[in-house]
Write a protein that binds this ligand. Structure first.
Ligand code: KGA
Length: 442
């Protein structure tokens, strides 16, 4: 690995110049392009990729760039950005890195350097493309994302067997075995017969729904759909006492922008679940907070155990919940319960949740998994076409709320006053500072 250390040393010095050159080249490329990211976003992307190359060199493995590329692909795919645009950063960085390195290194080191850089970025591009293809064209996208331990010792682009890239920034596993996720995967997929299982596993943040988490779940759904899964189960990783802490509060806009606009990743996730053409079951062990309750209610069925509780907490943050989100609640629960839950932000315990029909079935902890999988298995044997169309009919019927443009705009205006207020900023600040908010109504 001597050459890797030498390259790393050169890169440690050249970081700013390399990143600047890549950003400039991409800017130029995008001048005539329909949709260019901002300078800050571009710089952030290039820095991220540059750091990944350095990490791979340091570790002597391509795993970091594979995992990250799968995540990048899942995020970009979900955002509707095409593969060529996403690959451009890899291609330009490869070119600029090579120019910088070849100017710094002795002639006898250049061939090996070229091979290493090409292998790392080629492996990343490969994972990117496989993930896009699997998402877009229904490839299986399953299989562990590792198997690449020797990636830097093989020929460029050789890392990983065909089909090894997962489609969701995670590692998917076919069959009944456990998941085989990369170390930092926060969403895992597994398959049992015709039932696809999506596991949320970001313990550090209590499964907060960050953009990364939301996009990974959307990608996991697309991947499981491509594998013709007939029922999906969404669950938290075993041993977690929080099912999900809701929208990642650190990613909410700091005022002057709709915190739950149409393009918010959580909103995209809710739409993906609601329009998924097969039943989606929430299997709930632990507490559910804020937007995660919207997610649970967006699932077709909810099965919970006695540890489950459900809270909707925008009043703790001073956040004006979006109209579409409120409609989800209105379509599902009695209005007096909705009001109590929104106005108190207090968790509804499992027993009450059963009484109010928030959950379909309340079962003992020890039976939760088996009961959920059995119900999912039964649904997976039924006519997929009938179920898909019934689900869509029910969605359209329950979402159907004709509302005059003027009325909607008035509601948006009221919401805007709330998210432009000091109270909203106070709510966010108080959460970050781990204290109670002091709301002044201004
Ligand atoms: N977003 C971002 N970070 C979060 C988070 C969230 N929703 N929830 C928890 N975290 C972070 C928290 O800041 C801490 O970070 C870490 O996760 C562990 O949390 O380690 P750090 O850097 O300090 P904590 O609080 O120590 O864990 P806990 O004692 O086990 O308590 C778990 C709960 C879930 C009870 C607690 O974290 C909590 O109250 N979280 C916020 C729940 C909530 O109100 N969510 C609503 C989010 O808003 C939302 O969805 C919308 C759209 N809404 O309400 O309208």
């Amino acid at each position: 690995m001597e050459i890797s250390m030498r390259i790393s040393a050169v890169l440690a010095q050249a970081g700013d110049r390399v990143i600047g050159d890549v950003v400039a080249a991409l800017d130029q490329r995008d001048q005539a392009h329909r949709r260019a990211p901002s300078q800050a976003e571009r710089r952030h992307d290039v820095e991220h990729l540059f750091d990944l190359v350095r990490q791979c060199l340091q570790d002597g493995r391509a795993d970091p760039i594979i995992t990250a590329s799968q995540q990048i692909a899942a995020d970009r795919f979900a955002a509707g950005i095409d593969l060529a645009d996403t690959q451009a950063t890899f291609v330009v960085l490869e070119d600029v890195l090579w120019r910088h390195l070849s100017a710094e290194l002795a002639a006898d080191q250049q061939l090996e350097t070229l091979r290493l850089v090409n292998t790392i970025l080629g492996t990343g591009k490969d994972a990117l493309a496989r993930t896009y293809v699997a998402l877009a064209q229904g490839g299986s996208g399953t299989g562990p994302a590792d198997g690449t331990a020797d990636a830097l010792t093989g020929p460029p682009g050789s890392a990983g067997p065909p089909g090894s890239a997962s489609t969701d920034g995670t590692a998917g596993t076919s069959g009944t075995g456990g998941t085989d996720a990369p170390v930092d995967a926060i969403v895992q997929t597994a398959v049992q017969g015709k039932v696809g299982i999506i596991t949320l596993d970001d313990r550090q943040k209590r499964n907060a729904i960050s953009a990364r988490m939301a996009n990974s779940i959307v990608a996991a759904l697309a991947s499981l759909r491509a594998q013709d899964m007939r029922t999906i189960v969404i669950r938290a990783a075993a041993g977690m006492s929080v099912w999900s802490s809701g929208h990642d509060i650190s990613e909410l806009p700091q005022g002057r922008r709709d915190p739950l606009g149409y393009d918010d990743p959580l909103e995209g996730l809710l739409r993906a679940i609601r329009t998924f053409p097969a039943p989606v079951v929430a299997m709930v062990h632990g507490t559910v907070w804020g937007g995660a309750l919207d997610l649970v209610l967006s699932c077709d069925l909810v099965i919970a155990d006695e540890t489950a509780s459900f809270a909707i907490t925008p009043a703790n943050l001073g956040l004006p919940y979006n109209t579409t989100g409120l409609l989800h609640f209105v379509g599902r629960l009695p209005i007096n319960l909705i009001k109590e839950m929104f106005f108190t932000a207090a968790p509804l315990d499992a027993q009450k949740a059963k009484e109010w029909m928030v959950v379909n079935h309340l079962v003992a902890s020890g039976e939760l998994e088996a009961a959920t999988l059995e119900l999912a298995r039964i649904m997976a044997t039924k006519s997929p076409m009938a179920m898909a169309v019934i689900k869509e009919q029910l969605r359209v019927l329950t979402d159907y709320q004709p509302i005059a443009a003027q009325v909607y705009e008035r509601l948006q205006g009221l919401r805007r006053q709330a998210y432009d207020s000091s109270d909203y900023l106070e709510g966010l600040r108080a959460f970050a500072e781990k204290r109670q908010p002091i709301f002044r109504g201004t």
